[in-house]
Design a protein around this ligand. Structure first.
Ligand code: HEM
Length: 473
């Protein structure tokens, strides 16, 4: 089988190259090593599945960007996904007309709802205000990851269901969050990975325990979403033009689509899965990136000094930073670019699938092959980002101090499957980072470890902040 694919590392029977990927947490060292050995395109194997990896930006541009439709399908392990989701539902793991319709609907809804009012910024700023208040109230050291989790979780929940996790609802949030965390841990368990590759293993001792555990967490999550949707279904006024949240928009769109070919895309199971995708993709990613940001800045005190210098010069007072200040704060933006580059949040990216036969660098890759833009290799490419493991925001600044646009900065991936929440995530990163530093001087007793843990998204090590109000007399 290997002869037909671009050459790459030799796979072991059954396991493929899995052990090499897992040998160095969080996984991307193997991809970078193979890039040096085999060049811009190679094949590695997960179990008996070949994965074609496209590693340098120029080739990614020629394929995933310029010829996007041919790389637009999603590769996933269908048997397990179907059990998990109840069939082909959601947006992350669907293809074809359903995916196109739901992706378009979601993008429009996230952009437009609020009817011209900047509802997105309002909802993010509400959480910025609450976060600053909570931080100020806490004495001693602060576990910042938890604070970001609650803030970002509240934003996505408010967008989806119209309410935030205030003090009375924090337990509800912690329950959902812990179901996701436990589930992610199960997915990172090598036994689970073997079940995904060979689903019949789930009937064997020990494997069956792991599998059942996964489904307990899955059911807890889906129950939560189902209940919120039921409440919305009872409350929604389908004739009211304005919508307060995403679920309301979906239910109204469902009504509009009745009797059209797209009617079947607006089922109850689709709504549950869509909400699940947005909640999970929208929460963990942004919260972890923020936490990594603080981890890097605490390790580089001069960066914080420069952020404060810029905020003093541009904002001039104690007022909150708004998204309209974004263009005036090139250094803050450069810091965020560097946080996203070095965090490299999805070190394995998500797999795509070719929709037809394609030829890349002279190799024919058949229709239906798993393939991916290996963004880790682009974000850590020495040619574009010399000394790639160094945290250096200056690489995103021109000599006159303005922000440098670097097209190789692709933490949200590229092409037709590019992150659907990019706009929201960028807004959150800017408003949280700029406002926390606007208000506080941040430090820690010891500099946090920068060691990454393996997972779908890289997890930051536990660390604690000490804050001082910059404007106290
Ligand atoms: C810093 C934060 C984030 C990062 C780094 C990030 C990164 C990514 C990446 C790398 C992908 C895979 C793209 C591919 O398949 O090539 C992705 C997909 C996706 N992201 Fe994000 N993301 C972030 C935040 C968000 C947020 C806030 C949301 C939702 C509101 C979101 C929703 C999604 C969805 C739904 C997909 C699947 C898109 C599709 O298959 O069509 N993400 N994201």
């Amino acid at each position: 089988k290997r002869r037909n694919f671009p050459p790459g590392p030799t796979p072991l029977p059954f396991l493929g190259n899995l052990l090499e990927v897992q040998a160095n947490e969080p996984g991307y060292e193997a991809y970078r090593k193979w890039q040096k050995q085999y060049g811009s395109v190679y094949t590695y194997w997960l179990g008996t599945k070949p994965i074609v990896s496209v590693n340098d930006y120029e080739t990614i541009k020629e394929t995933f960007i310029k010829d996007g439709d041919k790389y637009a399908d999603r590769f996933h392990f269908k048997e397990i996904t179907d059990m998990y989701r109840g069939g082909d539902y959601g947006v992350v793991e669907t293809d074809g007309p359903l995916w196109r319709d739901q992706r378009r609907f979601t993008l429009h809804t996230l952009r437009d709802f609020g009817m011209g009012k900047n509802i997105m910024e309002e909802r993010v700023m509400t959480e910025v205000d609450h976060l600053l208040e909570r931080l100020e109230k806490q004495k001693g050291e602060i576990y910042i990851q938890k604070e970001f989790d609650i803030s970002v979780g509240s934003i996505i929940n408010n967008i989806l269901f119209g309410y935030r996790f205030d003090e009375e609802r924090v337990d509800e949030f912690l329950f959902v969050k812990s179901s996701i965390t436990k589930q992610m841990k199960e997915f990172a368990n090598p036994f689970m990975f073997l079940i995904i590759l060979f689903p019949k293993l789930r009937y064997f001792p020990y494997f069956s325990t792991v599998f059942k555990r996964l489904f307990t967490y899955r059911n807890a999550l889906f129950d939560f979403f189902e209940k919120q949707i039921e409440v919305k279904m009872k409350e929604v006024d389908l004739n009211e033009e304005n919508s307060n949240d995403f679920v309301e928009c979906f239910l109204k769109e469902k009504e509009r689509k009745k009797g059209t070919p797209a009617e079947s895309f607006y089922s109850d199971l689709q709504l549950q899965n869509l909400v699940f995708d947005l909640w999970v993709a929208g929460m963990e990613t942004t919260s972890n990136t923020l936490t990594w940001g603080f981890c890097y800045i605490l390790n580089h005190p001069n960066v914080q000094a420069k952020i404060h210098e810029e905020l003093n010069r541009v904002i001039k007072s104690e007022r909150k930073v708004l998204s309209s200040d974004r263009n005036e704060l090139p250094y803050v933006n450069a810091v965020i670019c560097e946080i996203q580059r070095l965090t490299n949040l999805l070190p394995q990216n998500l797999f795509h699938r070719t929709t037809e036969d394609v030829v890349i660098n002279g190799f024919t890759v058949p229709k239906g092959t798993a393939i991916l833009p290996q963004i880790s290799c682009v974000l850590y490419d020495e040619k574009t980002f010399p000394d790639p493991y160094l945290f250096n925001p200056n690489r995103f600044l021109n000599s006159d101090g303005s922000l440098k646009k670097v097209e190789q900065l692709v933490p949200f991936s590229v092409g037709k499957r590019q992150c659907l929440g990019e706009g929201l995530a960028r807004l959150e990163l800017f408003l949280f980072i700029s406002n926390v530093f606007q208000k506080f001087q941040v430090s820690s007793k010891i500099a946090p470890s920068m060691k990454k843990k393996f997972g779908t998204t890289v997890q930051a090590p536990e660390f604690f902040l000490i804050i001082n109000n910059r404007f106290d007399a």
